[in-house]
Design a protein around this ligand. Structure first.
Ligand SMILES: *Cc1c(COP(=O)(O)O)cnc(C)c1O
Length: 356
C-alpha cells in the first residue's frame, strides 16, 4: 500500500465546455501523480500534486538514451455517473515487464492500480459525460540521473497524467486504408517491440509520415527479420478473419501484448471461434483476399477499441476487405468491449474496477 500525500490545486482550470470537441491528448487535468526512486531508498514519496512542468537536469538520462516508458488506459463514466477502469491490473503487469526490459526498478501491480485509482478519484469531475468520451490515463517512467554514461539510471520518476478525450468514432466507425510497410521495421527479435517504450515510437514516425503522405491512415508492420509476417498496425495489434477462423501475431518478443488484443481473444474463444496466435505471412493474407476468403481485418487498442480495415496495399497489390464496411465479428467485439467498458453490459469476466 502506498501512502499517497494529496496537495490540491488552488487554481483549478475550467473544464472543457464542449465535450464533442475534446480530441485526443490535448487537455490535461488539474493534478498528476508523482513517485520518486532513488538507489538505496526504493520508490518513495508517492504524491498527487497540481499538474505542472517538471524540473530535470539537462543531463538526465531520459533525454539522451531514452530510458523511459509509458502505459495507456482509460476511465469510463457509466450512465449512472459512476466511474470505472478496464483491466488496470493488466497495464500494471505490462509496465512491470517493460521496466524489467529497460532495467528500471519494478513498481508492484497493487501500487500502480492504487495510484491510478487515487488520481482518477481526485480528477473524477474531469471524466467526461458525452457518449464515447473517456478520461485517458497516461502513466510513464523517466530516468532522471544527471550523468552521461550509458548505463541504468540510479534515480527515476514515475508519473501519471490524465486527459479528457473525445469519442474516437464521433462520426461513426470508418474502416481505414492501410499501407503494408516493407522498408522500415518497428521491431526485431531481441529488441524492444514487446514493451511500451518511447524509443519504439520515435523509430516509427518516419513510416507513419510516409503512409500519411501516400493517403493511408496507418502502416502495417511486417516482422523485422524477414519482412514476411504480419505483426501490428500502427500502434495497434491486428487480427484477420480468414475462412471463418481468426489469426493474430503471437506476442513473442516483437509484438506488443495489447490489453485489447488479449480481451478480444478471450471473447472470440468464448464465442466459439478458433483463434490462431502465430505467424501469418502477408503473402497468405493477399492470397486469401484474391480467393475471397479474407473476411475481416481489424486493429485493436485502447484508443479505438477496434479499427476495421477496408483496404491493404502491399507493393503493387491491393486487398479489398468487406466491401468497405465493418464486418460482423469486428462490430460484435466493438459492441461487447465498449458495452463492458461504459457499464452498459454486465461485467461477466471481472474486467471492471470501480473508482470510489
Ligand atoms: C499500446 C500498444 C498497443 C495496444 O495495446 P492496448 O493495451 O490494447 O491499448 C498495440 N501496439 C503497440 C505498439 C502499442 O504501443
Amino acid at each position: 500500500m502506498l501512502d499517497i500525500k494529496i496537495t490540491r490545486t488552488e487554481t483549478p482550470k475550467a473544464k472543457p465546455q464542449d465535450e464533442s470537441k475534446l480530441g485526443f491528448g490535448r487537455i490535461f487535468t488539474d493534478h498528476m501523480f508523482v513517485m520518486d526512486y532513488d538507489e538505496g531508498q526504493g520508490w518513495h514519496d508517492a504524491r498527487i500534486v497540481p499538474y505542472a512542468p517538471l524540473v530535470l537536469a539537462p543531463a538526465a538520462s531520459v533525454f539522451h538514451y531514452a530510458q523511459e516508458c509509458f502505459e495507456g488506459l482509460k476511465a469510463y463514466r457509466r450512465a449512472d455517473g459512476r466511474v470505472q477502469l478496464f483491466r488496470p491490473d493488466c497495464n500494471a503487469q505490462r509496465l512491470r515487464d517493460t521496466h524489467e526490459r529497460l532495467c528500471i526498478p519494478a513498481i508492484p501491480v497493487e501500487d500502480f492500480v492504487q495510484a491510478v485509482k487515487a488520481l482518477v478519484s481526485v480528477e473524477k469531475d474531469w471524466v467526461p459525460h458525452l457518449d464515447g468520451t473517456s478520461l485517458y490515463i497516461r502513466p510513464f517512467t523517466i530516468a532522471t540521473m544527471e550523468q552521461l554514461g550509458v548505463h541504468a539510471s540510479s534515480s527515476y520518476q514515475f508519473l501519471i497524467i490524465c486527459s479528457p478525450s473525445g469519442a474516437y468514432y464521433a462520426e461513426g466507425i470508418n474502416p481505414v486504408k492501410i499501407y503494408v510497410e516493407s522498408e522500415y521495421v518497428r521491431a526485431c527479435p531481441g529488441g524492444t517491440g514487446a514493451i511500451k517504450c518511447g524509443g519504439n515510437y520515435a523509430a516509427s514516425i518516419k513510416a507513419g509520415e510516409k503512409a500519411e503522405q501516400l493517403g493511408y491512415s496507418q502502416v502495417l508492420w511486417l516482422d523485422g527479420a524477414e519482412r514476411r509476417y504480419v505483426e501490428e498496425v500502427g500502434s495497434m495489434n491486428i487480427f484477420f478473419k480468414i475462412g471463418g477462423e481468426i489469426y493474430t501475431a503471437a506476442t513473442v518478443g516483437t509484438v506488443l501484448p495489447g490489453v485489447t488484443r488479449r480481451s478480444c481473444i478471450e471473447l472470440l474463444r468464448d464465442w466459439g471461434y478458433t483463434v490462431h496466435e502465430g505467424r501469418l505471412a502477408i503473402a497468405d493474407v493477399m492470397k486469401a483476399a484474391r480467393e475471397g476468403t479474407l473476411e475481416e481485418v481489424f486493429g485493436t487498442g485502447t484508443a479505438a477499441v477496434v479499427s476495421p480495415v477496408k483496404q491493404l496495399d502491399y507493393g503493387s497489390e491491393s486487398a479489398q476487405i468487406g466491401g468497405g464496411k465493418i464486418g460482423p465479428v469486428t462490430q460484435k467485439l466493438y459492441d461487447t468491449l465498449t458495452g463492458i467498458q461504459w457499464g452498459r453490459l454486465p461485467d461477466e469476466k471481472g474486467w471492471i474496477q470501480p473508482v470510489d
